[in-house]
Structure formats: C-alpha cells, structure tokens
Ligand binder design. Structure first.
Ligand SMILES: [Zn+2]
Length: 214
C-alpha cells in the first residue's frame, strides 16, 4: 500500500504518459547554460514510475515503498500558481488531481517537470535560468501540439509568456535549438522582474538541486 488515492495514481500515470508523448519528447533547447530535451523528461518519468522499497540500516525487512518523485494534492496551494515542485521532498504539488484535464494544467505539469528534471540531474544553476527554461518548455510544447494559448493579460507573468512564445516560435520555424543570447537575456530579465518581489529570489540566487535518490 503506497498511500496513493486512485485519483493520484491516475494523475501520476497520466503525467508519465504526457512526459513520454512525442510532443514532450520533441522539446529540445539550450538557453543560459540550461539544456532541456526528451531525456530530461524521461528522467522524471523514470522516477515517477520506479517503485522503491525502503530498508533502513539495521532493519531486516523492507518498509512499505514509495516513488522517488511523489505527487501531493494541496487544495490550499498559493492561488497564483496551478502547481509547484518541492525539490527538498521531491514532490510535485497540485491543487487537485485534475491537472491534466486543461491545457493550462498540462503546461504547468511540463513547467514543474523541468524543475524536477533539474533536480533529478542534480543541476546547480541560477534560479531565473531554471524558471526561464521551465516557461520556454511550456511554449515549445504548445508549438509541438499546435496549440497557441492566449495568456490572460492581467497575469503578472504575461510578458514572460509572450517572450517565451516568441522564442519557441523561432525554435519551431528555424530548428535552431540554441536560444540566441539577446532573446535569452530578455526572458531572464523579465523572469527576474516578476519573481524578485514575490519570492525574494535575486539575479544571483541559485537552485542547488540536491538530487532524487532511488
Ligand atoms: Zn517554475
């Protein structure tokens, strides 16, 4: 018994299917020292599928197991976000188990899984590059599935989405997966402008991901 409800199990299996779908596997870019590609998402899918038995030192029996990347439903999640990734507990957090039923929800899953992939690969880089990459992955996916969303102009992140969409459009039309440094810097600056007052993260703050142990 792993403590998952049927709804969470369905969400976990749905996320794994999304991550292994051709449209997500085709995401590929390098920007500001962050590289995202199909393998990044495979690394997350692997850790969501792998059943881990737990045996503590000195114990002779396995304890009930768990998945290295867990899912938690938190109805009280900050209303500004649809999802979150906690790198200390290796947990994807969603407000409800219906995250995959809307396009925005699927974009959020991809965004948070970019953070999870950085954690799986134990990357250490500037926080705003990690955020910029997560937004860009959402938009490259949108191009891959021919779904262009209209971002609500009242959202603080509207300009992040516009810049990321333009970069994704350029990747899609040219096939050049290395983001030009001027475009990358503009996206970084906009992420900094929006995130700094909310999270206190500064331009030199790092996400020192601590890994996801099997
Ligand atoms: Zn993020």
């Amino acid at each position: 018994m792993n403590g998952e409800t049927a709804a969470v199990t369905a969400l976990r299996e749905g996320i794994i299917s999304l991550l292994e779908s051709p449209a997500v596997q085709a995401i590929s870019f390098q920007m500001g020292g962050v590289a995202v590609d199909g393998d990044s998402f495979q690394q997350v899918a692997l850790r969501m599928r792998f059943w881990q038995h737990v045996r503590q030192p000195g114990e002779t029996r396995d304890r009930p197991g768990r998945y290295p990347i867990r899912i938690r439903i938190n109805p009280h999640l900050d209303s500004r976000v649809l999802g979150a990734y906690n790198q200390h507990t290796n947990t994807l957090v969603f407000r409800n188990a219906n995250a995959l039923t809307t396009t925005d929800g699927r974009y959020t899953v991809i965004h948070e899984c970019v953070h999870a992939a950085s954690d799986a690969l134990r990357l250490r880089h500037l926080a705003f590059w990690d955020e910029a990459a997560a937004y860009l992955a959402e938009h490259v996916y949108q191009f891959n599935v021919n779904l262009i969303s209209i971002t609500d102009a009242s959202r603080p992140s509207v300009h992040i989405h516009r810049l990321a969409s333009n970069i994704a459009s350029s990747i899609s039309s040219t096939g050049n997966t290395t983001v030009e440094s001027g475009d990358a810097q503009r996206l970084f600056d906009e992420v900094a402008r929006v995130y700094r007052p909310v999270t206190g993260t500064t331009r030199t703050s790092r996400y020192d991901y601590d890994g996801i142990e099997f």
